[in-house]
Write a protein that binds this ligand. Structure first.
Ligand code: SAM
Length: 259
C-alpha cells in the first residue's frame, strides 16, 4: 500500500453499488471520479454514463486501469494519472463520485464545492469528517468546514461503512455522503475570513472574536452585534450560517478592505 496516497481499496460490491446508486446516474451524465484505484467504482460507473474521467495519482494503478478499459474496448473513459489538486476541472456539467483519499479529503472538497458545474457529488470519507461537514450549530463537530459545506451544498450523510469493507483495513469507520450543489456565487471574502477567525477562538465570546478581527475596536464590534440583534456573549458555535451572513454585511460597513 502506498501510504502517501491513502490507499484503502473498497472490496465490498454492495457498498460500491450503493455509492453509485446515490449519484442517480443517467445515460447522458458526465462523471468525474477522484482516485479510481483498482477501479471498483469506475467499472460500475463506466457502462452507465456518457463520459467518465477518472483522476488517479498512482501511476501504476492508473496504467493498470487504462489497460483494463482498452482491453474491453471502452471508449467513454479517460484515466488521467495526476494529483487531483492540480487538475483543471472542466466547466461542463458533471457529477462527482469518490472514495476519497482520506489524507486530502477536505482539500478536495474545498476545490470542488465552490464550482457551479457539478450537480451531485457522492463521497466516502472518514465518518468523523462527514460529521464535521454536515454538522449543525451548537454541536461539537460544527465549525468552518460545516459552514463552508452548507454555504455551497445541501448535504446528507447516507450510511456508514465498516473497516472490514476495505483492503487494507483502515483504523476508522467511513461514511458515505451525498451533496447537491446550491450553485451559489462566492460570498464576500470577509464571510469565510471571519468564520475562520471566530472558530480559531471558539471558546471566546462572539464579541471578543469580532473585536480582534481586522481593525475593529470593541465598541464597533458591540454595535455590529447590536445591529444584528445577536447576544455578544454567545460563542461562535451557536451562530448559524445566516447569522454569519448578516454579520458579514454589518462588518463590511465598518471595515475598509480590498479583499
Ligand atoms: N476508488 C478506489 C476504491 O474505492 O477502492 C480507491 C479508493 S482509495 C481510498 C483512494 C485512491 O485515491 C487511491 O487509489 C489513491 O492512489 C488515490 N489518490 C490519492 N491521492 C490522490 C490525489 N491527490 N489525486 C488523485 N488520486 C489520489
Amino acid at each position: 500500500m502506498r501510504q502517501k496516497y491513502g490507499q484503502n481499496f473498497l472490496i465490498d460490491n454492495n457498498i460500491a453499488n450503493n455509492i453509485i446508486k446515490a449519484a442517480n446516474l443517467e445515460k447522458h451524465d458526465e462523471v468525474l471520479e477522484i482516485g479510481s484505484g483498482k477501479g471498483v467504482l469506475t467499472k460500475i460507473i463506466q457502462p452507465q454514463v456518457k463520459n467518465l474521467v477518472a483522476i488517479e495519482a498512482d501511476e501504476i494503478l492508473s496504467q493498470r486501469l487504462n489497460h483494463y478499459f482498452s482491453f474491453h474496448g471502452a471508449k467513454n473513459i479517460k484515466i488521467i494519472n495526476m494529483d487531483f489538486l492540480r487538475y483543471d476541472i472542466p466547466n461542463t456539467e458533471l457529477k462527482v463520485i469518490s472514495n476519497l483519499p482520506y489524507n486530502i479529503g477536505t482539500a478536495i472538497i474545498q476545490k470542488i464545492l465552490p464550482l457551479k458545474n457539478w450537480t451531485i457529488a457522492v463521497f466516502m470519507l472518514q465518518k468523523e469528517v462527514t460529521q464535521r461537514l454536515a454538522a449543525s450549530p451548537d454541536s461539537k463537530a460544527y465549525g468552518y468546514i460545516s459552514i463552508f459545506t452548507s454555504y455551497y451544498a445541501d448535504c446528507k450523510v447516507l450510511f456508514d461503512v465498516s473497516p472490514r469493507c476495505f483492503n487494507p483495513t483502515p483504523k476508522v469507520i467511513s461514511s458515505v455522503m451525498k451533496l447537491i450543489n446550491k450553485t451559489q456565487n462566492p460570498p464576500d471574502p470577509v464571510f469565510f475570513d471571519f468564520i475562520k477567525h471566530a472558530f480559531s477562538m471558539r471558546r471566546k465570546t462572539i464579541l471578543n472574536c469580532l473585536s480582534s478581527f481586522r481593525d475593529l475596536e470593541r465598541n464597533k464590534a458591540a454595535r455590529i452585534l447590536d445591529n444584528c440583534a445577536l447576544d455578544p456573549f454567545l460563542r461562535p458555535d451557536k451562530l448559524s450560517i445566516s447569522d454569519f451572513l448578516l454579520l458579514t454585511d454589518e462588518i463590511r460597513k465598518y471595515i475598509i478592505c480590498s479583499t
